[in-house]
Write a protein that binds this ligand. Structure first.
Ligand code: SF4
Ligand code: SF4
Ligand code: SF4
Length: 328
């Protein structure tokens, strides 16, 4: 089952709130109501943990070992308000169309949210037709849609294919052909590695250097013209991050993946403990992803955090041979 939405819709919004409210704080304590009995994954949670999706948050779970009855007794005895959905019979209140919902919750949704429920079923039927599912009825009615993995049927999934060729003349250089032409955003994504410089060492206007923080010596060279799709990245100096060429190659690919795939999910901003990354959509719904070079300390957390460098890599990844023009 592929669920990416908690990271985007819940954690993203909470991260923003924490950043706005406690921007000067290095860490915040957050008290949460998760309990072991809610799921097998939650059963393994610690009462206090710094290993949270939100970089600067320490999560404290005071009712981790409470049962359902403990919670209800507490709510009723203290006369606390609670969500009306519980009165309607829902045993858990999340998003009404969550793929994790039980058949009972779906049944209640079909009654209490009939219009939305029908609209969602139409979306599923249309998607099943568009992607040539074998058994369209089962896909929708038996919940097979919940088993989806990757971006089959989604237009932007084709951006997961970046053509890559190691350079035959120089083992420290990597050649890419990008689906999305080079623009300023590409250079922004290299700020975690160092200082972006297009003056000091460049011999032509298609060269941008990344300088090592401190020494200001050239660390990486990006060669490729804005508006074009061919890019060559050369490792010029083996610093601790780039000591191992395989690692360097991986980190570079991760940032290029971000460049291709970013939909502004805010995952990267959530990872940065230094509030250096801000991401929003502009009026035309274009992603605006900024890294504040003054705040960035080069910890590379944002580079390494997601497999493939970008949360969307996991969400959209598909086998190349399964990408049929007709399926998008
Ligand atoms: S409750 Fe379900 S649908 Fe809603 S954000 Fe979480 S995983 Fe996604
Ligand atoms: S690069 Fe990927 S993980 Fe980071 S904000 Fe964009 S979509 Fe999310
Ligand atoms: S996570 Fe680290 S490398 Fe990334 S922007 Fe923040 S400070 Fe810079």
């Amino acid at each position: 089952m592929l669920r990416w939405c908690c990271t985007v819709f819940k954690t993203g919004s909470i991260t923003k709130k924490i950043e706005n409210t406690f921007s000067s704080k290095k860490q915040v304590l957050s008290f949460q109501g998760m309990r072991r009995l809610e799921s097998a994954a939650r059963d393994k949670y610690e009462r206090v943990s710094g290993d949270s999706k939100i970089g600067k948050q320490i999560a404290v779970l005071p009712i981790l070992d409470w049962s359902d009855s403990d919670v209800w007794l507490y709510i009723v005895s203290k006369r606390l308000p609670f969500n009306d959905a519980y009165r309607q019979g829902f045993s858990r209140v999340g998003c009404w169309c969550c793929p994790n919902n039980s058949a009972w919750s779906e049944f209640l949704s079909s009654i209490y949210m009939a219009d939305e429920y029908d609209r969602f079923r139409k979306v599923l039927y249309n998607f099943a037709i568009k992607t040539n599912k074998n058994d369209i009825t089962s896909y929708v009615e038996n919940g097979d849609w919940k088993k989806r993995q990757g971006g089959n049927g989604i237009e932007s999934a084709k951006n997961t294919f970046v053509s890559y060729r190691p350079c035959v003349f120089d083992e420290n250089s990597f050649n890419f052909t990008l689906p999305h032409p080079i623009d300023e955003f590409l250079y922004t994504l290299f700020i975690p590695f160092g200082i972006i410089d297009s003056d000091t060492y460049s011999t032509s206007d298609d060269e941008v250097f990344i300088l090592e923080r401190g020494t200001r010596l050239p660390l990486l060279k990006l060669k490729g013209r804005k508006g074009e799709c061919d890019l060559k990245v050369s490792v010029l100096k083996r610093t601790s991050a780039f000591k191992d060429l395989k690692k360097a190659e991986q980190y570079i690919k991760y940032q290029i993946n971000k460049f291709q795939l970013c939909v502004g999910c805010t995952g990267c901003a959530q990872v940065c403990k230094h509030n250096a990354i801000s991401i929003h959509l502009d009026d035309e719904q274009n992603v605006q992803y900024f890294i504040d070079a003054e705040r960035c300390v080069g910890c590379l957390d944002c580079v390494k955090h997601f497999p493939g460098g970008c949360f969307m890599d996991k969400v959209l990844k598909i086998r190349k041979d399964s990408f049929k023009a007709g399926a998008v």
